[in-house]
Design a protein around this ligand. Structure first.
Ligand code: DGL
Length: 269
């Protein structure tokens, strides 16, 4: 079976890779974290398109038949460019549409919040799609969160202080659901939930995206496995464009098991 390619600006997308590995334990995966260019959330749409397209071509060249854009900033700004770059025979799965589908079905007519990087929120992608299905959308850019999480600050005072600044003013107190519109945020989902009223459902895209991937492979969801471990024989390749000790340490926490990161030569000069 050909591998599924998964990429993000860094290692946050490993939260999505984890859910895919649980859902499809026997499918080979190649993960690419563009740590040399992290964060994408502060970059222009043009630059995000450039990076995302180049990485997608690289994953195609490595034999991937489908590509999961495990980054909301790239999903919101670069989907068309990615599909053009890899051609129509490669399935490109983004992290926005599966969430919008789920939220539209459950919360049509209700108020829904979304937090994400500047690139994601300023693209207006979530707002447009959710408004179309009758949701009242409150969107907020929370630009410092992804970098703090990537640096390992996701359980203590740093992330708590940032969340107080972003969410402590009550902006999302009356929404029915809050979408975590960044693949780094599942790591602080509990802290986010603790700040908001218990009535706010926190929406984490990873499981929804994993379901979408299974469906795109033509698999019946009832026939796929959901498990916590991974099969030891199946190919799992984890590439980053700039390998540092801190990324190597964080990767394990994001994926939930030991990860052997390798440095890709994609951007090397
Ligand atoms: N994890 C990414 C996202 O979902 C990007 C974080 C960043 O690089 O700014 O948007």
């Amino acid at each position: 079976m050909q591998p599924i390619g998964i990429f993000d600006s860094g290692i946050g997308g490993l939260t999505v890779a984890r859910a895919i590995a649980n859902r499809l334990p026997n499918v080979p995966l190649i993960y690419f974290g563009d740590t040399a260019h992290l964060p994408y959330g502060d970059k222009s749409p043009e630059l995000i398109r450039h990076y995302a397209s180049r990485i997608s071509i690289h994953l195609k060249e490595k034999g991937c038949q489908s590509i999961v854009v495990a980054c909301n900033s790239a999903s919101s700004n670069a989907l068309g460019a990615i599909q053009d770059a890899v051609g129509k025979d490669i399935a490109v799965i983004d992290v926005v549409k599966p969430v919008v589908k789920y939220v539209s079905q459950r919360f049509s007519g209700a108020s829904v919040g979304v937090v994400g990087t500047r690139a994601t929120i300023e693209s207006g992608g979530y707002q447009r799609l959710l408004s179309k299905s009758g949701c009242n959308v409150i969107a907020l850019a929370t630009p410092l969160l992804a970098s703090a999480i990537e640096e390992g600050f996701y359980t203590g005072l740093v992330s708590e202080a940032l969340l107080q600044v972003y969410l402590g003013q009550g902006t999302f107190n009356d929404v029915s659901a809050l979408i975590l519109g960044c693949t780094h945020y599942p790591l602080i989902a509990d802290q986010i939930a603790a700040i908001l009223p218990a009535s706010v459902e926190i929406i984490n895209s990873a499981e929804l995206v994993a379901d979408s991937v299974a469906l795109s492979l033509g698999l019946d969801l009832n026939q796929t496995n959901t498990m916590n471990g991974t099969s030891s024989k199946v190919l799992r390749e984890f590439l980053v464009s700039d390998l540092t000790v801190s990324f190597a340490q964080s990767a394990q926490r994001f994926f939930g098991e030991e990860v052997h990161l390798e440095e890709s030569s994609l951007w090397k000069f």
